[in-house]
Design a protein around this ligand. Structure first.
Ligand code: HEC
Ligand code: HEC
Length: 157
C-alpha cells in the first residue's frame, strides 16, 4: 500500500512539472503567454468589414455574412432595425436584398405575412466579419474544391 502511495505521488509531481514547464509553452491563451501579474497592451479592436459586397457562401444553406456595419442597429422585441431595410415591403427603397422566403415560414412550412419568430433575431445566424487575423488556421474546402480533387484522383486511377 505504501508503495502505491509513493507511485501516485511521483506521477503527480511529474505531471505538475510537465504542465508547468513543457506544456505551458504550448497552451494557447488569449494573453499570448504573458505572466498572470503582467499587464499586456490589448490588441486594437479589429475593423468591421464594410465593403457592401455580398460575399460568396461556403455552402448553399449558409446564412450569408453581413457585408456592412451594424453598430447601433437596435434589435429587440419592439424594434427590428434590420427589417427596416430587409423586409419585403422595404427593399425597393433600401436596395437591400429581401430576407429569403424561408424567413417567412413557420416550422410546419406555412408562409406567414410577417417574419417568422424563428428568424426574428437576425444576429443569431448572421454576423459581421472583421479584418482580424484568424486565431486558428482554417482548412475548410468547399464542395467545388472537393469535387475537383475527386475527379483528379479518378483520372489518376
Ligand atoms: C440601411 C439599410 C440596411 C439595414 C438597416 C440593414 N441592412 Fe443588411 N444590407 C443592406 C444592403 C443595401 C445590403 C446589400 C449589400 C450592401 O450594399 O451592403 C445588405 C446586405 C446584407 C446581407 C448579405 C445578404 C447576402 O445575400 O449576401 C445580410 C446577411 C444582411 N444585410 C443582414 C443584415 C442584418 C442582420 C441587419 C441588422 C443587424 C441589417 N442587415 C441591417 C441594407 C441594410
Ligand atoms: C435561424 C437562422 C436565421 C435567422 C434568425 C435569420 N436568418 Fe437570414 N438566412 C439564414 C439562412 C440559413 C439563409 C440562407 C438560406 C435561406 O435563404 O434560408 C439566410 C439568408 C438571408 C438573406 C439572403 C437572402 C437571399 O435571398 O439572398 C438575407 C438578406 C437575410 N438572411 C437577412 C436576415 C435578416 C435581416 C434577419 C433578421 C430579421 C435574418 N436573416 C434572420 C438564416 C437566418
Amino acid at each position: 500500500m505504501k508503495h502505491l502511495n509513493w507511485i501516485l505521488v511521483s506521477v503527480g509531481v511529474i505531471a505538475i512539472f510537465w504542465l508547468t514547464f513543457v506544456a505551458a509553452d504550448e497552451i494557447a491563451t488569449l494573453r499570448h503567454g504573458a505572466a498572470i501579474d503582467e499587464e499586456v497592451v490589448p490588441e486594437a479592436i479589429p475593423r468591421v468589414i464594410d465593403t457592401d459586397i455580398r460575399p460568396q457562401r461556403s455552402y448553399p444553406m449558409q446564412p450569408p455574412t453581413i457585408p456592412h456595419k451594424t453598430r447601433g442597429y437596435e434589435l429587440n422585441l419592439q424594434v427590428n432595425k434590420c427589417m427596416s431595410c430587409h423586409a419585403r415591403t422595404r427593399t425597393e427603397e433600401s436596395r437591400a436584398p429581401m430576407i429569403s422566403v424561408t424567413h417567412y415560414m413557420n416550422r410546419d412550412g406555412n408562409f406567414l405575412a410577417e417574419i417568422s419568430p424563428r428568424r426574428y433575431f437576425c444576429n443569431q445566424c448572421h454576423v459581421n466579419q472583421t479584418a482580424a487575423r484568424p486565431m486558428i488556421e482554417n482548412s475548410f474546402e468547399d464542395m467545388d474544391v472537393l469535387l475537383e480533387k475527386r475527379s483528379e484522383e479518378e483520372q489518376e486511377d
